[in-house]
Ligand binder design. Structure first.
Ligand code: S3P
Length: 160
């Protein structure tokens, strides 16, 4: 199962919570990617650029899609490549956690590790632009506005 959504949607926390409830493993794609590459995401962006990061992200997604059962919290931009959208659609159940850029900004305490969440106006535009891409891969959508991790995890559980 995959969790997709914009940065700050709560994908990692919700996947972790649901994994505990269902006694299955969960993995955060960016954490996995950082260990595999032995580099921070922000350093990959700074040193090699976004395209290089996206190529690694596709490899990681394919690797994780082959491991089942596993709850995967995906990086917010995973839906940008058609190749990735195909992996998600074929790879299992996809939960889209919807959040506005403004709410995401209030949840993210440290934007320094997120190179694509530096400026709120740009984040709003990016969030809007990506909406149809998240919807295109989602089996279910959960609106996260004003909800905590436990409530969102319970809602996802009900939808399974
Ligand atoms: C990105 C989201 C980040 C990380 C990278 C790019 C994006 O993951 O993959 O900084 O393009 O939205 P989170 O959604 O876990 O913050």
């Amino acid at each position: 199962m995959f969790f997709v959504g914009f940065m700050g949607a709560g994908k990692t926390s919700v996947a972790r919570r649901l994994a505990r409830i269902c006694s299955v493993a969960s993995v955060d794609m960016d954490t996995y990617l950082e260990r595999r590459e032995d580099r921070r995401v922000k350093d990959i962006f700074a040193e090699d650029g976004e395209d290089a990061f996206r190529a690694i992200e596709t490899d990681v997604l394919a690797e994780l899609a082959a491991k089942d059962p596993l709850l995967v919290s995906c990086g917010g931009g995973v839906i940008l490549r058609e190749e990735n959208r195909a992996i998600l659609r074929e790879g299992g159940f996809v939960v889209y956690l919807r959040v506005t850029a403004d709410e995401a900004a209030s949840r993210i305490s440290d934007t320094s590790s997120r190179p694509l969440f530096q400026d709120l106006a740009a984040a709003r535009a990016r969030c809007e632009e990506r909406l149809p891409l998240y919807e295109a891969v989602a089996d279910v959508t959960v609106d996260t506005a004003g909800k905590g991790v436990a409530a969102i995890a319970r809602e996802v559980q009900r939808l399974l």
